[in-house]
Design a protein around this ligand. Structure first.
Ligand code: DGJ
Length: 378
């Protein structure tokens, strides 16, 4: 009799735990723990999603419970429906080799994976900080794989555009930048300092060794051309750069955007013939008000609009703090643009929450983002 009771309660608890996982996976609420198919919170942050052969792949930073450096690498999950995600482990692993660019303990952030139709390869770009050097290295890294789940092969990391000026900078502007001297400016944020930044003071400072590259995204335009958009010049100015056809290098064509604007976490999409760029400000892990810009060409000029985030959130975080989140990517679900954001938990980065919100348009065609509890799924 006793044996039967133990057996029955075992069955019952198995059933309960199975239905709990299923229920949690099915009723995932924005901003709360999001269990994968094993029941663990999805540990893929600052990343992106691609669709390949009837499955979605989600790449992101696999964060340890404590600390800000990368122990394992870049995670990959797959899903048939954008809701139920299976963990496939680490797509690009840190190296155990001392001195390697991606040695365990480095910082790998904001990975973006894109599929190259011509080479049939999956290409990953990410922000890399070298082990033990905080955020001073400010490099971009490239990796490649034959399959979406990896393993990705690390190719190289670099500071970008060494010795090259933006393609649209005129001779006179280059000469003005060459007259600046960043070492003279100890006090930031004065009107005089700002003028020097706009002239290209940090572009000139880093001309020889290459430009800084931190928060970043990759955008594939409708003609298949790829662009790398990154926070550069001490996070003050964005660089927009064209990638080669294999997505593994720069063509050399690049421009600066929004000098001195302190835009981080760039996310971009196109609606009709308008490019929309949604960024965050620069306040570490703490949320701030999003900024939105539009342009008719990827090369700008960019026009600023108010933040697209409006209304109330059920996590009580205001729209002017981006509902407590920071953007990472905009993917299209059918034809709806959906913004992926992270609600960072700096004490336990692995427990940072996910927030996915559809982008709607007002009567003037301007993007609007409202809180909704349900994640947008097919
Ligand atoms: C803000 C960036 O957007 C994040 O990716 C990360 O680098 C944090 N800063 C670190 O403070």
């Amino acid at each position: 009799m006793k044996k039967k009771t133990i057996f029955q309660s075992l069955i019952l608890s198995c059933l309960l735990s199975f239905s709990c996982h299923t229920l949690l996976a099915q009723n995932h609420v924005n901003g709360q723990l999001w269990p994968d198919t094993d029941g663990n919170h999805i540990n893929a942050h600052g990343g992106n999603i691609i669709q390949y052969q009837n499955l979605y792949y989600w790449y992101g930073e696999n964060r340890p419970n404590r600390g800000g450096s990368t122990e394992t690498g870049i995670a990959v999950y797959s899903s048939p429906d954008l809701k139920n995600w299976s963990n496939h482990g680490i797509a690009l692993a840190t190296s155990m080799e001392e001195g390697h660019d991606i040695e365990k303990g480095c910082i790998m952030e904001r990975p973006k994976v894109v599929y190259n139709e011509k080479t049939k390869k999956f290409v990953m770009l990410f922000h890399l900080e070298l082990k033990g050097r905080g955020y001073e290295a400010a490099r971009v890294a490239f990796a490649e794989s034959d399959t979406p789940k990896g393993p990705f092969r690390f190719i190289r990391s670099l500071r970008i555009h060494a010795g090259k000026w933006p393609f649209n900078m005129k001779k006179k502007e280059i000469e003005a930048a060459q007259e600046t001297d960043a070492s003279l400016w100890k006090d930031w944020w004065t009107p005089e300092w700002r003028k020097e930044v706009e002239k290209g003071m940090y572009l000139w400072r880093d001309m020889e060794g290459g430009q800084m590259s931190r928060d970043m995204t990759v955008y594939i335009d409708s003609d298949g051309k790829a662009y790398h958009i990154t926070s550069s010049q001490e996070n003050l100015t964005l660089l927009i750069s064209e990638l080669t056809d294999d997505y593994l290098d720069y063509t050399g064509k690049y421009t600066t955007a929004l000098p001195g604007g302190q835009n981080e976490a760039p996310c971009i999409f196109k609606n009709g013939d308008t490019y929309w760029l949604i960024c965050s400000g620069c306040t570490g892990w703490a949320p701030n008000e999003a900024r939105m810009f539009s342009a008719k060409s990827i090369w700008g000029p960019w026009t600023q609009h108010p933040s697209p985030f409006v209304g109330n959130a059920s996590n009580n975080q205001p729209a002017n703090k981006t509902f407590g989140a920071q953007g990472t990517y905009i993917y299209h679900m059918n034809s709806t643009p959906v913004m992926m954001l992270d609600i960072w938990n700096p004490q336990h980065l692995s427990k940072s929450m996910h927030l996915w919100l559809p982008i709607q348009f007002d009567a003037q065609g301007i993007p609007v983002i409202k809180w909704q509890d349900e994640i947008p799924v097919k």
